[in-house]
Design a protein around this ligand. Structure first.
Ligand SMILES: [Zn+2]
Length: 180
């Protein structure tokens, strides 16, 4: 399966000059919702994730995109999914998800940029053992430092630029604001 072609055909790979929520700039942007809006396109990513991960009882995803992926992956696995929700002070798991001490967990997310949401999700999991994280698209440039394996379906590194040192700013290319 050519996952990069799948993204391109779905119109999920955008070129331009983007202002990210982190405040950094980039010349490419992955619009993950072109995949997350379409179960048919998400399916091959989920199937690959299912191949990559070990046996677990729970798939835990950070809202919003990670929760969609967690649910789909849990459906394929026949296990449960839980969602880690953003608050003013990190992420929390609420809604009565009953993750127990002996349970095993995989964290699932859509796009890995800096690893912040994976770390926040890790912090929100108070019981059970995290066996790894699985990502739809890893767009990070540097690998993240966590004490469990991080699996990804597609590696697609995208350079981020500090606004003070952005080659696209220097070329005077108009900037678009994007999430992520
Ligand atoms: Zn710029």
């Amino acid at each position: 399966m050519d996952y990069e072609k799948l993204l391109r055909d779905a119109g999920a790979l955008l070129n331009g000059h983007f202002l990210l929520t982190s405040g950094l700039h980039s010349g490419q942007y992955i619009e993950k919702f072109r995949i997350l809006e379409n179960p048919k396109l998400l399916k091959p990513f989920i199937e690959k994730m299912d191949d990559l991960i070990p046996d677990v009882n729970w798939v835990v995803g950070p809202t919003l995109g990670g929760a969609i992926i967690a649910f789909e992956l849990a459906r394929v696995r026949g296990v449960k999914s839980a969602y880690s929700e953003r608050t003013d002070n990190g992420r929390v798991i609420r809604r009565g998800f009953d993750i127990k001490e002996g349970d095993t967990i995989i964290i699932a997310d859509d796009i890995l940029t800096t690893g912040g949401s994976i770390r926040d999700t890790q912090d929100s999991i108070k019981k059970g053992r995290i066996l790894g994280a699985v990502i739809m698209i890893d767009r990070s440039v540097e690998s993240m430092d966590v004490d469990f394996p991080v699996y990804s379906v597609l590696r697609y590194p995208i350079e981020n630029y500090d606004p003070s040192d952005c080659p696209l700013c220097k070329e005077g290319i108009p900037i678009t604001r994007r999430g992520g």
